[in-house]
Design a protein around this ligand. Structure first.
Ligand code: ZN
Length: 67
């Protein structure tokens, strides 16, 4: 079987490096392999864009009238 690794699943955002990095997974947190800082799934900007996208999607659906 060919293990297909998704780019976005294999990297997380490190606020110290200010980029998406490879990370070490511990029990419930992940750490940057380069500097050891805690990493998160999205950068703040990306997270906001993601949430805005969800909201916009909802608004669009709400405003769409079925005629
Ligand atoms: Zn880092």
């Amino acid at each position: 079987m060919n293990p297909s690794v998704n780019y976005y699943n294999s990297k997380k955002y490190c606020p110290s490096c200010r980029e998406y990095v490879r990370f070490l997974q511990s029990m419930d947190e992940s750490f940057c392999v380069a500097c050891g800082s805690k990493v998160r799934l999205f950068s703040t900007a990306d997270r906001q864009a993601f949430l805005d996208g969800l909201k916009a999607d909802k608004e669009t659906r709400k405003n769409k009238r079925v005629s």
